[in-house]
Design a protein around this ligand. Structure first.
Ligand code: OOG
Ligand code: MG
Length: 247
């Protein structure tokens, strides 16, 4: 039997102490179902500290990410209000942060089936995600990264726009004015709307629902890049404007 709470505590303490740990599966092999139980226990710890659920993040929805991280399955994690960054991210609180461009959906009403996910969208935006694997060297197996809440650390979104077709939005990630990644939202499962529906399905399967006010990050269209201190990051989505953050 896997001690779900002990594993969740180990990950939570690594994040709070800003300290990388060896992969959990090195000592305790566990499967994907146990990994999601660890993820959920970690979120419960955050909730007990007063954090509130703010949405869902999808992971490995593009080939660029699967290839970068050496895994080949779509995963999901949960976002809390405290992960939402304002204008800056304090990288001294993170182990080895990386940043990646995201497409974001704002949920307008409760989503009771995957089929109604798109019609529940109140807004769309360009966003970014700051990842910070709690594992040494950002190296993990699929169960490890799921247990670690899909490496979620911080995120931000630009101005919300009325829902629209996002199947081919050009994305640009700049650091200190230099383009470091470019891509298209088409890389996200062919259309990020598919990722949104998957988010609804996965939430329902876990006994949850996408809630009004929640944000869904559909997954990065490009590989993630290291996020240094004193950096100025800008992510632009064609027709969606930009979102900026400093470190
Ligand atoms: C896991 C998180 C993947 C995405 O957008 O694909 C993810 C990782 O790469 O550490 O957030
Ligand atoms: Mg991501």
């Amino acid at each position: 039997m896997v001690d779900v709470h002990a594993l969740a505590t180990t990950l939570d303490e690594a994040a709070r102490d800003v300290r990388a740990i060896p992969k959990l599966t090195e000592r305790t092999p566990f499967d994907v179902a146990a990994a999601y139980a660890v993820q959920r226990a970690g979120i419960e710890r955050r909730r007990r500290r007063g954090e509130r659920l703010a949405g869902v993040k999808m992971g490995f929805t593009s080939r660029a990410k699967m290839v970068q991280m050496g895994v080949d399955d779509v995963i999901w994690g949960l976002l809390t209000d405290r992960m939402l960054a304002e204008s800056s991210v304090d990288v001294s609180r993170l182990i080895h942060p990386r940043v990646e461009p995201e497409i974001a959906y704002l949920i307008g009403r409760e989503v009771r089936s995957a089929a109604e996910a798109e019609s529940a969208v109140a807004g769309v935006a360009v966003g970014y995600e700051v990842l910070d694997s709690r594992y040494a060297d950002f190296k993990f197996t699929l169960p490890d990264v799921i247990a670690d809440n899909a490496s979620a650390a911080r995120f931000g979104v630009g101005a919300w726009h009325p829902p629209r077709d996002l199947s081919n939005v050009g994305l640009l990630l700049e650091i200190d004015g230099r383009p470091v990644q470019t891509g298209s939202s088409a890389a996200i499962l062919g259309d990020p709307a598919r990722s949104l529906r998957a988010a609804a399905r996965l939430a329902l399967g876990a006994g949850m629902k996408l809630e009004p006010g929640w944000i869904v990050l559909a997954g990065a269209a490009t590989a993630a890049v290291p996020l240094p201190k004193d950096a100025h990051v800008r992510v632009t989505g064609a027709g969606l404007g930009s979102v900026e953050v400093t470190t």
